[in-house]
Design a protein around this ligand. Structure first.
Ligand SMILES: NC(=O)c1ccc[n+]([C@@H]2O[C@H](COP(=O)([O-])OP(=O)(O)OC[C@H]3O[C@@H](n4cnc5c(N)ncnc54)[C@H](O)[C@@H]3O)[C@@H](O)[C@H]2O)c1
Length: 423
């Protein structure tokens, strides 16, 4: 215990203590060292500026100042203000990755935030410019290239946001999805193992059984009955090839954590939406709907008889960023956990309801077609049960569906001409 306490004084951000009183004590001790080191450095500068200074007394003071500043470097102030965190965000030029990189850069002082992204997605080049403005460096590396990843510096945490995230694409180009999503996670885990880094993995609600969701949702009659899906919901196949790569990545992370003591958090997100989603078909239905309404373009209700009754819950990307920030701060205590995270019942919406909201916001009206044929990867319903994540963190969903639409609409219209150029 004494060794642990000493280590906690030296590295409070690394050592978890058994009770809050001890933590508070360590914080006070560190604060004390911090103040002493400040006094020494003040005395030093006074002595140095004096014309009659004694070089012996200066070197003694310098030694004391150094010793105390070693202790105080990881003080309370160090924990809260000067986090000095080194974070790598894979897929950092994607929708979520870029929002997260900028959010963390602005919220964790003195942090080094890097991105790894090979700019596969056309829109990623626009996000790269946003990162450059914030002085966030991107490494143009394919995540399936282990050799190049191994050459990167050591990071405290790697946030894995890199994936081919389109469910339907995973049917057509399974090899690329396999290498990006599964081999990519493997390479990141090898890097974590080598450097003793922690990992936060962005997983998906698509790890849950398609058939089980369909069989439960058939009782939904025009959105009257809604159920929530928690972490124990069936994961029986089929779950889509995309879902398979994400669930397999989760299993890899658990195994690496067990055998190599890598601390992890896995978040299974439902639909994420918000600013800097570009309204492409494979990026999520909220921004797609808004974009088509803004441009008075064609839209279809696809599948489930073409009625537009399918329901999803939506989380604002800024709510996601705030959660991950919280998870980073608490990772020494809350780790090795899997959470469902999503908009929940309040933020759930059917396509038909979304159509009405898009009419109101854009003041445009478009005719929506019907395609009855349902993709075998599609589900009629998904609403997240946030009970577990709410029990571990004070974090809560703050932004409602209206805010999500308003914020997404704002950026889509502001940069409309630029976004029109994206294929
Ligand atoms: N957007 C959502 O609604 C949602 C929901 C649940 C989970 N997720 C997960 O969140 C993460 C981020 O999703 P997103 O919506 O930001 O996706 P995105 O497509 O916008 O971003 C992915 C980024 O990864 C990059 N990339 C793709 N293949 C790569 C490769 N081989 N090497 C290096 N970079 C590569 C792309 O260029 C892109 O910038 C993904 O892991 C996804 O599975 C997203």
């Amino acid at each position: 215990m004494q060794v642990k306490l000493l280590l906690a004084i030296l590295m409070p951000e690394m050592i978890a203590l058994p009770n809050p009183f001890l933590e508070f004590l360590i914080i006070l001790i560190n604060l004390y060292f911090f103040l002493i080191s400040k006094t020494f450095s003040k005395d030093l500068s006074v002595l140095k500026s004096s014309t009659k200074h004694n070089s012996k007394s200066i070197s003694i003071l310098e030694i004391f100042s150094d010793i105390f500043s070693i202790f105080s470097s990881s003080s309370l102030i160090g924990m809260i203000i000067d986090k000095d965190m080194k974070i790598l965000i894979t897929g950092g030029c994607g929708f979520i990755g870029s929002n997260l990189a900028i959010f963390l850069k602005n919220n964790i002082k003195n942090s080094i935030i890097h991105s790894l992204d090979n700019l596969t997605r056309n829109s990623s080049k626009i996000n790269l410019k946003r990162l450059k403005k914030e002085k966030i460096k991107n490494f143009n590396i394919d995540i399936s290239s282990k050799k190049k990843i191994d050459q990167l510096m050591r990071y405290d945490i790697i946030i894995d946001c890199c994936a081919e995230a389109a469910v339907e694409a995973s049917k057509l180009d399974s090899k690329r999805v396999f290498y990006t999503n599964l081999v990519g996670t493997f390479n990141i885990l090898e890097k974590c193992k080598k450097d003793n880094s922690k990992i936060i993995f962005l997983s998906t609600s698509r790890v849950y059984s398609i058939n089980k969701i369909i069989s439960k949702a058939k009782y939904i009659n025009q959105i009257k009955y809604k159920f929530k899906i928690n972490e124990n919901f069936s994961k029986n196949s089929p779950i889509s090839f995309y879902g398979f790569t994400k669930l397999s990545s989760e299993k890899l992370i658990e195994e690496y954590s067990f055998s190599n003591d890598i601390k992890y958090i896995i978040n299974r997100f439902g639909v994420v939406s918000g600013p800097w989603q570009f309204g492409k078909q494979d990026q999520g239905f909220v921004s797609l709907w808004l974009w088509r309404f803004i441009n008075k373009d064609k839209l279809n209700y696809i599948g489930f008889k073409g009625l537009g009754n399918q329901i999803r819950d939506v989380i604002h990307v800024l709510d996601l960023c705030e959660l991950i920030y919280e998870q980073i701060k608490k990772i020494k205590k809350i780790n090795n956990k899997i959470f469902n995270v999503g908009g929940g019942l309040k933020n759930s919406i059917s396509l038909k309801e979304l159509t009405n909201k898009c009419k109101e916001i854009t003041k445009n009206n478009i005719k929506i077609g019907k395609i009855s044929k349902t993709s075998n990867y599609d589900v009629p319903y998904y609403v997240t049960d946030n009970k577990k994540i709410y029990s571990f963190y004070k974090w809560r969903i703050k932004r409602d569906i209206e805010t999500i639409l308003k914020d997404t609409f704002y950026i889509l219209t502001k940069y409309r001409n630029l976004f029109k150029k994206i294929r």
